[in-house]
Ligand binder design. Structure first.
Ligand code: NDP
Length: 326
């Protein structure tokens, strides 16, 4: 038997509870992993609070990522005792996920834990941190260099944003951190931000083209914020968009794209190919100051995860949450 959070549906209402499950109930897969650490990402908070239809079937164990140790494996790439990490692939949505002491998955979804990270550090980063690195890689692949000018990071005090600020600063970029929480300014400067931008300046409908300010941007907000970010890019600036914290809409004009040659790059972590996952994790290992990582992380006991989810929906969580499981 093992402990898990289980989402269920009763008369059209989603329920959520801790349950004891039998290993025989685990879904199909050739690798069984004992979860050491998991985390709470924005998508997990959406699932746990029932704020969006993240679970595609019921009963569902939520948790879109985990780090742990292989217990049994029929996959030639993994043997018992190997330390592994999983991000995405519909885990916690279509396939039972990481908010559990045990998971069973196809081995091809796993990546080996990258040195020097411990399982706790890997989940300190979690899918938010891995996505932040995919966004940094997207800017690099479009040719954005530190000498081109400042990079704007939205939702900077949240999970993706805080890791993006720390990595970009270490790589030598000048980072402007946008936040709706001015009280987090010192935290953001400690991570390496050179300046703080008030989210309110980007939240109302703006002009199709604003003053050219940013050589690059990493956006977790979407909605009006993303439209205004695009309007404030320098000539040939690049925006990596990965989130919808401000909304799913995109009330923009084509002006930044056709008059300034701005590039908008979409970043998806869920189905990203294995080579890109490995590249992102290897670059996190190389380009993130581990002492900063510790300051980003708050540890939440497994039993208290349900109480934290609404706070994340209200944008009240600073940095990353890590959850020791077993
Ligand atoms: P967090 O909740 O940790 O951070 C989100 C941050 O967004 C908040 O801390 C807040 O930062 C900011 N924010 C909240 N509300 C608004 C608003 N109305 N307007 C502008 N900013 C706002 O979440 P994560 O960092 O884990 O995820 C961020 C986004 O990225 C989510 O939408 C998530 O779904 C998405 N995501 C996408 C992935 C992908 O594969 N494409 C993978 C991972 C995440 P502050 O207080 O500093 O302003």
């Amino acid at each position: 038997m093992f402990k898990a959070i289980v989402l269920d549906k009763v008369e059209d209402q989603q329920t959520v509870a801790f349950k004891e499950l039998d290993e025989a109930q685990l879904p199909e897969g050739d690798v069984t992993v004992r979860v050491a650490y998991t985390t709470m990402n924005y998508k997990d908070a959406l699932a746990l609070t029932g704020s969006a239809p993240i679970a595609k079937s019921y009963p569902m164990v939520p948790g879109i990522d985990f780090a742990g140790v292989v217990e049994t494996s029929d996959n030639p790439e993994y043997k018992p005792g190997d330390q592994v990490v999983l991000n995405g692939w519909g885990v916690g949505e279509k396939h039972w996920g990481g908010l559990a002491e045990k998971v069973r998955v196809p081995g091809e979804w796993l990546v080996p834990l990258q040195a020097p990270f411990t399982p706790r550090q890997a989940m300190g980063l979690g899918t938010a941190g891995y996505t932040a690195m995919l966004c940094v890689l997207a800017l690099e692949k479009q040719g954005v260099k530190p000498t081109d000018g400042p990079i704007l990071v939205t939702g900077a005090a949240g999970g993706v944003g805080s890791v993006a600020v720390a990595v970009l600063a270490k790589l030598g970029y000048e980072v402007a951190a946008m936040t709706g929480r001015p009280e987090e300014a010192d935290f953001l400067k400690m991570l390496g931000a050179s300046s703080i931008v008030d989210r309110a300046e980007y939240s109302e409908k703006g002009r199709p083209l604003a003053k050219e300010q940013w050589a690059g941007a990493i956006d977790v907000a979407g909605g009006q914020v993303l439209a205004n970010v695009c309007a404030a890019m320098k000539y040939r600036g690049v925006v990596a968009a990965c989130g919808l914290a401000a909304g799913m809409g995109f009330p923009a004009t084509v002006a930044p794209f056709i008059l300034r040659g701005v590039t908008l790059v979409g970043v998806d972590s869920v189905m990203a190919p294995k080579a890109e996952r490995l590249e992102a994790w290897q670059r996190l290992a190389a380009d993130l100051d581990i002492s900063k990582l510790e300051q980003l992380v708050t540890e939440v006991p497994f039993d208290e995860v349900l109480e934290k989810a609404p706070l994340m929906m209200q944008g009240q969580i600073r940095g990353r949450i890590v959850v020791p499981v077993s």
